[in-house]
Design a protein around this ligand. Structure first.
Ligand code: GAL
Length: 355
């Protein structure tokens, strides 16, 4: 999205941020404050998202009010209320529970504050203007693809055992990830090439409330002590690095030396290190700097009376309307390409990965 970068450079220069050494100060236009409501600082990715969004807005001359709600839904609602009451110009919201913001967003609409749904779709309300995210179905396709590749499922063989984990049921993305993965895994389950030994395959049963690693670890421990006792699990479909690491811990504590194939998402630093050392098999990298740029550009365009660019007007029905969306592409990362994607791409330094 070259034009976004170009636009920010123009505005940054106009705001006296050219870094040219020229002492002339150009008065910063008062563009008002943007409220940025993020779910939690417990996950590295959301910390990065918040920082990138705030930086991008500041480059355009906006002030920012960045709030984290630590996965407490009521706290997020109060934060959003305060943003609206404080006269903030627009809101960018990464929801904790995508179904819980209906009332507070009705107040945003009354106050004419546009709301961008960030990464997670806010449901059951007409009061979101645009949605910026990654191709969430494809995330699941990539995770399952990594399992197919690592277990060589497309060549004939016996039965490999898999266990399925999904994300938080109140996060619209979780269903998309799961459906994407199952679109690839189902034929292998049907043919018997793959087997879920626990028999736990329904989304609701395998979902992990609040994406909490402790919840996933407990479930893995229960499976290992119960249905998986005496058998070997060959693959774990895990939708997010924070869960993958917790599941890996449970497996290691259970005595697994040769770990199963374990997928993930977000390319969190701790998981990138596990991929480098061959412990976690895969993650799905989503460049959150790019997502931040898209959300900021959407907001800026709206505030300037323009029409934000979108590339999907079909997939994201929030129960009230189909929300115009800009989808970015997720990237599969494993041991063969993590340096090229994550280090050469400037997401991490080689030192961070080595540390
Ligand atoms: C999802 C998001 C994932 C992951 C997960 C847990 O909504 O799309 O990238 O971060 O939440 O935080």
């Amino acid at each position: 999205m070259r034009w976004i970068i170009a636009a920010s450079m123009v505005l940054a220069t106009a705001a006296g941020c050219s870094g040219s050494g020229d002492e002339t100060t150009v008065e910063q236009p008062d563009r008002g404050t943007i409220g940025i409501a993020m779910p939690t600082t417990k996950s590295a990715r959301w910390v990065g998202d918040g920082k990138s969004i705030a930086q991008q807005f500041e480059l355009l001359g906006y002030k920012t009010d960045l709030q984290y709600a630590e996965d407490d839904v009521d706290k997020q609602i109060s934060q959003i209320k305060a943003m609206i009451a404080g006269g903030e110009k627009a809101l960018v919201v990464g929801a904790i529970d995508g179904t819980a913001l209906k009332d507070v967003l009705a107040s945003a609409a009354t106050a004419k504050v546009p709301v961008i749904s960030y990464d997670r779709l806010i449901r059951d309300t007409p009061n979101i203007t645009y949605y910026a995210t990654f191709d969430n179905f494809k995330v699941g396709v990539l995770q399952a693809g990594a399992i197919v590749k690592a277990l060589k499922l497309s060549s004939t063989g016996g039965t490999d055992n898999i266990e399925l984990f999904a994300g938080s049921a109140d996060d619209n993305n979780a269903t998309f990830f799961f459906n994407g993965a199952m679109s690839i895994l189902t034929p292998y389950l049907k043919s018997g090439r793959l087997k879920v030994v626990s028999g736990e395959t329904a989304f609701k049963t395998v979902a992990t409330q609040r994406w909490d690693g402790a919840v996933a670890k407990k479930r893995m421990q229960r499976l290992l002590a119960g249905p998986l006792r005496g058998t070997k699990v060959d693959a774990i479909l895990s939708p997010y690095d924070g869960l993958s690491r917790a599941i890996i811990e449970a497996l290691q504590e259970n005595g697994y030396k040769k770990l199963p194939v374990v997928t993930g998402q977000d390319a969190e630093l701790e998981s990138a290190k596990l991929i480098a050392s061959g412990i976690q098999t895969e993650t799905v990298y989503k460049d959150t700097r790019e997502l931040a740029k898209v959300a900021v550009q959407m907001t800026n365009s709206l505030l300037l009376g323009g029409v934000p660019e979108v590339n999907d007007e079909k997939q994201y029905d929030n129960g009230v309307k189909v929300v115009p969306t800009f989808l970015l592409q997720p990237v599969n990362v494993d041991r063969t390409n993590y340096e090229r994607v994550l280090v050469d791409g400037g997401y991490y330094t080689a030192d961070q990965l080595a540390g």
